[in-house]
Design a protein around this ligand. Structure first.
Ligand code: TRP
Length: 322
């Protein structure tokens, strides 16, 4: 079945993908992949990662993760951002109509600066590269996590300004859809995020996965007393993987004397294992065949480039470059 609307999204190769990424964005990408464009945003990653070996490794990891989770290159166009250099040219055209004030209001820039990330011009203009990523493929729908909403608003703003400035409908205005609206807590109960070092990587398994799950922070309610599922990180994660029935059962368990957090953690561990067991197998096979992964990315890049050239040409025409 083909998707009449073009879905597009990007994921930064800035570290191992974790359950927060999975429920916030990746799962939706896999569900909506017909006619979609998904790419690995390695130009964006350069704003925070400056190590060639790591960047290449993370890029490969993202590719393998998506393919293992069920991204089908026959249904979706899956590629590396940098295999479409047209996107950087369009970024320049967009920069010339983007107000400084718009970029100065960007929350993610301020947050990153506060975390100690170098305040480069690249970091500051990051949202314009992102707008270019979206507009250059005539995307209709952009599935993202809630931290990206402001960037989507900026994209619409920039597209509209460009269209108004040159008095032509060069760009389609995209809309966003959000992933799981409930937050995914990390090991310490804060939002799961690489920057808080509290993540559970998607492809963790065996002992390492077990020790992560066992380290999820819980309160000190004694074993004999009933526990409050709605204030529990283990339960919050459990709900993401469980069926309605399993959730109801677990709620019951929390009310029982003698059911402890250790039991709940074990149940959670089992659900995580079951949920990703097929993907683990596919991943192992993919890891043995890096050339296959590379071929998929190259072919995706070639298709994406064809689409990008047409939109870039519209933009060049509109502003008198070509
Ligand atoms: N900024 C996004 C993130 O950090 C990644 C990204 C880059 C993106 N370009 C995009 C997402 C285009 C959606 C559309 O998650």
């Amino acid at each position: 079945m083909s998707n009449p609307q073009r879905y597009l999204s990007g994921v930064q190769p800035s570290g191992l993908l974790h359950l927060g990424n999975y429920f916030g964005a990746i799962r939706q990408h896999i569900l909506n992949q017909d006619n979609a464009f998904y790419f690995i945003a390695n130009y964006h990653a350069l704003t925070t990662l400056r190590d060639a070996v790591q960047l290449r490794q993370h890029t490969h990891d993202v590719a393998v993760t998506y393919l293992a989770l069920g991204l089908d290159p026959a249904r979706a166009t899956f590629f590396r951002q940098s295999d479409v250099p047209e996107v950087t040219e369009l970024t320049w055209l967009l920069l010339t109509v983007t107000g400084m004030g718009l970029l100065e209001r960007a929350v993610s820039y301020k947050e990153k600066k506060e975390r100690g990330i170098a305040a480069t011009a690249g970091l500051f203009t990051y949202p314009v590269l992102m707008a270019s990523d979206i507009l250059i493929y005539d995307a209709d729908v952009v599935p993202v996590g809630s931290d990206q909403v402001q960037h989507l608003e900026m994209t619409r703003d920039i597209a509209q300004t460009f269209n108004n400035t040159f008095e032509r409908e060069v760009f389609k205005l995209p809309r966003y859809v959000l992933g799981t609206p409930v937050p995914v807590p990390g090991l310490d109960g804060q939002k799961m995020s690489k920057s808080y070092s509290n993540t559970i990587p998607i492809f963790e398994k065996g002992k390492a996965l077990k020790s992560l799950v066992m380290s999820i922070k819980t309160d000190s309610t004694p074993l004999e007393e009933p526990k409050d599922p709605d204030n529990c990180n283990v339960f919050a994660l459990y709900k993401l993987f469980a069926s309605e029935q399993e959730i109801a059962q677990m709620r019951d368990n929390y009310g029982k004397s003698g059911y402890g957090y250790g039991h709940a953690k074990k149940a959670l561990l089992e659900l995580i294992d079951a949920h990703f067991s097929e993907a683990h197998k596919r991943r192992e096979a993919l890891e043995k065949d890096p050339d296959y992964v590379e071929d998929i990315l190259r072919e995706g890049g070639r298709r994406a480039r064809e689409a990008a050239r047409q939109v870039l040409e519209r933009a060049r025409q509109a502003c008198g470059i070509s």
